[in-house]
Ligand binder design. Structure first.
Ligand code: NDP
Ligand code: 8X3
Length: 250
């Protein structure tokens, strides 16, 4: 029986790479994001390999999120795997200079959005007594770095929510996993720096993780035997030792 995965943030970076890898392995896909054109491109590329539907919604909007997931066609209503990936950093400023809009964006998307999507899907998993939830945290959820303040707080919250989910869903046999990457070369820094030049330097002088590296780890996690749950995984590029220590060649 083919499994179905819902991936948030499937229009870019880690989410899109995961969609490609899941499609290759015949997992049916519900691709989510706000950029409809990108959703269509990813769907078109993958529907030769598996069944694909797209859902266009902003995870910040509670009702939009719940309505979109409720609108899924019958053949996609049973979700075996939820990849809570949508998220970004917005800004990199000392706390005294931080923007309230940036703070809202990070807490609303990375934390509350993850909760809204989860709320729409967990009840069917508890009813069936099966399912796997993968939350994409960050090394920023395990340590705090200069100017990282609210982004780090949002990812610490993701880890706390992940642990809470694992505890509460334990009796239902639902797997809950946190995958916490360090520096991954995606559109992440373009979003963080609002397209500014700073984004170009983030991945220079060393080999950063690629979105495909994280996709492989996610696929590994979802293909473990029934009795094995990868609970919490931290992954850095080899050049990175912590949020602040990165060995650069130039
Ligand atoms: P990208 O910017 O490449 O992708 C972010 C994805 O999130 C996009 O598909 C975007 O889709 C979606 N998204 C953003 N805001 C919203 C929203 N309001 N509603 C719905 N979807 C949204 O970044 P990454 O792939 O790097 O990031 C994916 C996850 O990985 C994030 O949670 C990030 O925090 C985490 N992470 C990233 C690291 C990195 O260094 N890159 C390291 C550690 C963790 P759209 O704009 O179409 O809505
Ligand atoms: C993304 C990694 O180091 O930019 O979560 O916070 S970092």
């Amino acid at each position: 029986m083919k499994k179905t995965a819902l991936i948030t943030g499937a229009t870019s970076g880690i989410g899109r790479a995961t969609a490609h890898l899941f499609a290759k392995h015949g997992i049916n896909l519900i691709l989510c994001g706000r950029r409809q054109e990108r959703l269509e491109i990813v769907k078109k590329a993958l529907e030769k390999e598996t069944d694909v539907v797209t859902l266009n919604f902003d995870v910040r909007h509670k009702n939009e999120t719940l309505d979109a997931i409720a609108s899924l066609p019958e053949s996609f209503k049973t979700i075996d795997i939820l990849i809570n990936n949508a998220g970004n950093a917005h800004g990199l400023d000392p706390i005294q200079d931080g923007s309230l809009d940036d703070w809202d964006a990070m807490m609303d998307i990375n934390v509350k959005g993850l909760l809204y999507v989860s709320k729409a899907i967990i009840p069917q998993m508890t009813e069936r007594k099966s399912g796997h939830i993968i939350n994409i945290g960050s090394s920023a959820g395990k340590e705090v770095y200069p100017k990282g303040n609210v982004y780090c707080a949002s990812k610490h919250a993701v880890l706390a929510i992940t642990e809470g989910m694992r505890i509460d869903l334990n009796e239902f046999g639902i797997k809950v996993t946190a995958i916490n990457p360090g520096l991954v070369e995606t559109e992440f820094s373009k979003v963080r720096f609002k397209g500014g030049e700073q984004a170009d330097s983030v991945y220079k002088g060393y080999k950063a993780l690629q979105a495909e590296d994280i996709a492989e780890i996610i696929y590994f996690a979802v293909t473990r035997p029934a009795h094995v749950n990868i609970a919490d995984l931290l992954v850095f590029p080899t050049a990175q030792a912590s949020s602040t220590i990165v060995k650069k060649e130039h």
